[in-house]
Design a protein around this ligand. Sequence first.
Ligand SMILES: [Zn+2]
Length: 352
Amino acid sequence: MSQQERDQSPVLRHTETTVPFTAGDGFECNLVHVQGEKPPTRGPVILVHGAGVRANLFRAPVKTTIVDELIDHGYDVWLENWRASIDLPPNEWTLDKAAVYDHPAAVKKIIEKTGADEVKAIIHCQGSTSFMMSSVAGLLPQVKTIVANAVTLHPVVPKFSKTKLNIAVPLMSLVTDYLNPQWGLHAPTLTAKAVSLLVNATHHECKNAVCKQVSFTYGTGFPALWLHENINNDTHEWLKQEFASVPLTFFKQMARCVRKGNLISVDGFKELPADFCAQPPQTDARFVLTAGAKNLCFLPDSQVKTFDWLNQQHKDFHGLHIFPTYGHLDVFMGKNAARDTFPVILAALDDN
Ligand SMILES: [Zn+2]
C-alpha cells in the first residue's frame, strides 16, 4: 500500500477499543468502540450483528464500510458483540435471552460511557429480531431511532427453508447442539463430515466451502445470503473467517416464529410478551426497515409485513426501503453498498 493510499484509508485512521459489558445473567459480552481522528459531533450509534457471526461483520474489506461512513458523518460508533457472537464462548442462546439480558445492558453501557441520553441503532437479522423484541417490550427507552435490515417482527422464509426448520432441525438436534459453517474447512465429528458431504454434493455455486455452508445453514439459494456479483473477491475470501457456531436453540425458536407468522417468546421471561404483535409496541422509537429484494434467507415480505403492522400502530411515521439488486448481507458488505444502501441508512438516522 502506498503512502497516499494509507493516508486515504479510513480504517487505518480509526482506533478501536473493546469495552466489556456484563449481560443481565452474568454472561460476558463486549462493545467495539471505533473512533475516527476527530471526536464525534453526533451521538452514539450501536450496530448489532446477526447469528453465528460477530461485530466485525460490519467491516468487510471494501473501500468504504458502514463504520467508515458513520464516522465520516460524525457518529460515535459502537459494535455490539452479543451472545450470538463467534468471538464469545459458544452457548445455547435464544432471542429471548439476548432481548432481556444483552441489548439493554449494551445500551446502558454506551450511555454510561458517553453520557448521551439517546442511542441510535442499526440492527441486522437476528441482531434485529432480538433487538426489536427488547424495543417493543419497552426495555430500550433510550433508543429512539432504529434502522433494521432483513427481518424484524415477521420472519418469512422460502418454502424449502420452512421444511428445513420443521424437519431437518429436529433431526439434527438428535446428533448435535450446534451447526458451524467452519465445517466446510475442518470437520471434526461424524456429523460435521456428513453435513460437509451433503453441502458439497448439493452446492456448486463457488469453490468457497464456508460460503456454501452458510447458504446451507441459513437459507435456500446458491448463494443464499448475498449475490456473488455484489461482493468483491477479498470479501468472498474474508467471510471464511466470519462465520462459526450457531446453536440449534435459535433455529428451534425461529421455526416456531415462522409457523406463527411473527416473533414469539420461548423462555417465559416476565419482561417479554408471549406474542410480540399481540399488543402495541411499548416504545416511541421510529423504525426504518430495509431489505434486499433478492434475500433468500428471509424474504423481503418479512419487512413489508412488519412495516404494515408498525404503520397500523403509528401511521406515516415509520419507513421501509427495498433494495432491488441486493440480498441479505451484501446490504452491508457489498462492494457498491456505499453507493446503493448506505445513503438510505444514513438518511434514516439523520432524519431524527
Ligand atoms: Zn461463494
